[in-house]
Design a protein around this ligand. Sequence first.
Ligand SMILES: [Zn+2]
Length: 183
Amino acid sequence: MTVQQSKRRPLSRYLKDFKHSQTHCAHCHKLLDRITLVRRGEIVNKIAISRLDTLMDETEWQHEQQEWMALCRFCGDLHCKEHSDYFDIIGFKQYLFEQTEMSHGTVREYVVRLRRLGNHLDENNISHTLLQEGFIDENLEPWLPSTSTNNYRIALRKYAQFKTQMPVPVARNIVLNSTSDIY
Ligand SMILES: [Zn+2]
C-alpha cells in the first residue's frame, strides 16, 4: 500500500493563499489594493477561481504558480483587455516607468490619454501609416481631437520620444510571461 506523500489541495485554495501573499503589482510594482489575478495573460475572476477544483500537491502547484501573476487593476486592464493597436501602449507604459522619473499617477495619465487618442484615431479611420514615417507627432497633429488638444499633443510627443528611443517593438507575450526578467 502506498502512502500519499504530500497533501493535495484544490487549485482554488492555493490561489487564495497566493493572492494574499502578493503585496505589489507584478508589472508596475505599485502596492496592491484591489488585486487582479492573471493566468497566461488572461484575467481570471473570483468566481472562475472558486471553480478551479483540480487537486494538486505542493510540487504541482509550484509548477502551476509560474503561470499566475497578481496585477493592480490598472495593469490588469491594460495588459489583458482588448485595445486598439494604434499605439504600443504597453511598451509606452514600460518606457515611462523605466526611463523617466514620472510618478504612477502621471504615467497613468499619459497612458490613458494615449489610449483615448488611439480610439479617436481608430474611430476616424486615420491611417496607421502616419505612425511609420517621419515624426509621429507632426503627422498626427491635424487629427488631434478638438478638446484637450494640448494634453493629447503632450502625450503624443512623449510617445514619439519613446518610439525614437526604442526602435524595436516590445513583444507583447514576452512582457506578459517574464516580468521578473524585465523588472
Ligand atoms: Zn500595476
